[in-house]
Write a protein that binds this ligand. Sequence first.
Ligand SMILES: C=C(O[C@@H]1C=C(C(=O)O)C=C[C@H]1O)C(=O)O
Length: 458
Amino acid sequence: MPVSLPLTFDLSSESEFYTQVSAGIQAAQQANCQFLSLGIALPTVDPLMLLAGLMHVSGESEHFYLEQAGEIVAACGAVATSSVQGHQRFGELQRFSEQTLSRLWAIAPAEPRLFCQFSFWDDTHPNWGVLPRWQVIQRLEQVWLTLNCALETNTPHRLWQDWQLVQRALAQILAEPPPCPPPLAIALPPLTEQYGQFIRRVKHALRLLEEGDIEKLVLAAALTLEQPQGFSWLGTLQNLRQQYTNAYIFSVGQKRQQVFLGASPERLVKIADGVLCADALAGSRPRGQTQQEDQSLRNGLYHSPKERYEHQVIVEFLRQTLQRLGMTCEVPAKPRILELSHIQHLQTLIQAPLPEPIHILQVVAALHPTPAVAGYPAARAQHWLRQLEPFNRNGYAAPLGWVTPTGEGEFIVGIRSAHLQGNYAHLLAGAGIVKGSHPEREWQEILWKFQTMISALA
Ligand SMILES: C=C(O[C@@H]1C=C(C(=O)O)C=C[C@H]1O)C(=O)O
């Protein structure tokens, strides 16, 4: 178990650093720990800039970034990683995180977390977990750095070097803040082919709904954009955080030149202080050009029986799944509206006090994929998605998030996203098809959803 030692020391002195870290190492060795986690308060710095700086000075490409109102967490490098596949993937990463974090000795104010990314399907990539080398958390204007390392003979030196890299990254940011390129004017290519294929798939889904085989199917469409000079990872993230202040801005990557990033409005689950929160999100309309039009679209969304039904399928799924896990949910009687830059949704925030602790990855395993991103009933919907979708979803519509040593944490759903790969950006966006869905309108919804990434790619 991580135990905190109250520790404050002069971080500019190498010998003082060694003395203090050595005390922590001794304590960790006595406790038979394998990893050490050292927390340091940092001056105010933008965690995204520090992440970019750390990736630059260290040459590390593994990273994780999640920004939401009130908290930003960034992680870089890898001290321990695990890649998994198959239908036990959530359980395997749960075991990996439990084993890793239970053998970690934390020196206050370290707040060690283990980061995970999953793919939509259990037989594709990526499914991995990482204890990062550096972790940065910003909360209430305070920034905390956590240095993690394996306990070895040269641990004090490793930690000192990693701390020096942070100093270099900070100095670099101060001397020369990374430029933020303006958004590129990206024109949508003609989507005739995608349009035709999507309409055919929706018609197929409507037949299945008519026959009673399924109640809802969330069909996606794929779009690839090419930028001969390459897309700017940092510029795109900067644009996303400016444009989508009430979404989860995320970026995750294992390999150089391969990044999955986006601005997701959808949280899958959060567990904090013994309370679980899960969000139902489904039912969509665009934003209006004028206040009046916006209001009328909002009313249309709120009062549409089709959208309310589509939304209710998710609420019921969450309630029943969490009930099977032993929880009693508090569910608001009516949804509310979540307004984003290009689109608005019906949203219901569900809460459940935990009668006893449950590991967040056990909940993720039970919830993924929800009817918001796959359909209902789950097995039939997934069967049809495999038949009808000619592309790999990879991390699209899949969970990504972090776990604490006590099994709490937070996972979001990787929608409104793109996979950046060299000069290409691969986008996916989906729409829920239920009885009464109109193929042309569902296509319009796909276009609004693509817009999130198109307007931010830089
Ligand atoms: C599947 C996506 O979004 C999901 C589907 C929605 C819908 O059908 O109304 C709304 C929000 C998300 O739960 C996506 O953005 O790709």
